[in-house]
Design a protein around this ligand. Structure first.
Ligand SMILES: Nc1ncnc2c1ncn2[C@@H]1O[C@H](COP(=O)(O)OP(=O)(O)OP(=O)(O)O)[C@@H](O)[C@H]1O
Length: 257
């Protein structure tokens, strides 16, 4: 364990050395790391523009499957050209570890907005934001991509619009027999993203919920939403018949026109 940490720290220095050797970039800081990747903030000297360098974690360098998944994240981001998704600027290797450089989204995640800043959302604001998210998901699905990790730390608000990051679990959309799906989060079709949208909408709605008792009840009882919104959420969360596509979910979003 400590050996792994030691070598990851050593690798951070390798990244710093690599960036220092590039004429036009300077290293700013380590942004964080997840299970597959390690992410750094860098600055383009001539423009002062910030970028993110993401590389495969050192411990996975010999795992062919994880390496291919990382290369697939690059392929997916390169395929998508949407203002709400970071574009890839360049790719390469540092000591045989693959990396890519993408746009830095200078905003706040919904996790930060709700839990650090205590921001609250009304029902109509929550539905309006969910509509924006669904509009982006429709475009992803039209490009045959499913994100499969649309959690609140991966959805940011910046420049007056929503942005989606972290395509590490994304995959190419398949025709999946609904009866064979046992975990909607991992489904390789629209079901996965819509399931996450259901949880996203619940986080927004719960931001303004004030419990009247210490006893926890199901969200349907606690939030006591109008029926059309409860039914919509239950279809996203696969409690009721799921939507046939993200477009259908967008069209049936119970939002006042
Ligand atoms: N393009 C980006 N723009 C702005 N911030 C980013 C970008 N990509 C990643 N980040 C931020 O960098 C940090 C690390 O991201 P990374 O995707 O490596 O791991 P993670 O999201 O913490 O973990 P996991 O892999 O489990 O999802 C996170 O705080 C994330 O918000």
């Amino acid at each position: 364990m400590w050996r792994n940490q030691l070598s990851e720290k050593h690798f951070d220095q390798e990244v710093q050395r690599y960036i220092a050797a590039q004429q036009n970039f300077s290293f700013v800081k380590l942004l964080g790391f997840g299970s597959y990747g390690r992410t750094y903030l860098i600055e383009e000297k001539s423009t002062k523009k910030l970028f993110v360098l993401k590389c495969l974690r050192l411990k996975h360098r010999r795992h062919q499957k994880t390496k291919s998944k990382f290369m697939q994240e690059i392929e997916i981001l390169q395929r998508l050209s949407m203002p709400s998704i970071p574009s890839i600027q360049s790719t390469g290797t540092i000591q045989d570890i693959p990396f890519f450089i993408m746009d830095y989204i200078n905003g706040q995640t919904f996790e930060q907005l709700i839990f650090d800043e205590g921001q609250t959302f009304t029902i109509s604001q929550s539905l309006f934001i969910t509509k924006q998210l669904l509009q982006q998901i429709v475009v992803l699905h039209e490009n045959s991509i499913v994100h499969r990790d649309l959690r609140i730390p991966n959805i940011l608000f910046a420049n007056q619009q929503l942005h989606i990051i972290d395509f590490g679990l994304a995959t190419f959309k398949k025709n999946v027999d609904f009866s064979l799906i046992d975990n909607p989060k991992q489904a390789e079709n629209h079901i996965s993203d819509l399931y996450f949208v259901g949880h996203f909408l619940l986080f927004l709605l719960y931001s303004s919920y004030k419990p009247s008792t210490s006893k926890e009840k199901p969200w349907q009882e606690e939030l006591a939403l109008p029926n059309d919104i409860t039914n919509f959420l239950e279809r996203l969360l696969w409690i009721q018949k799921p939507f046939n596509s993200s477009m259908e979910a967008l069209q049936l979003l119970p939002i006042k026109k």
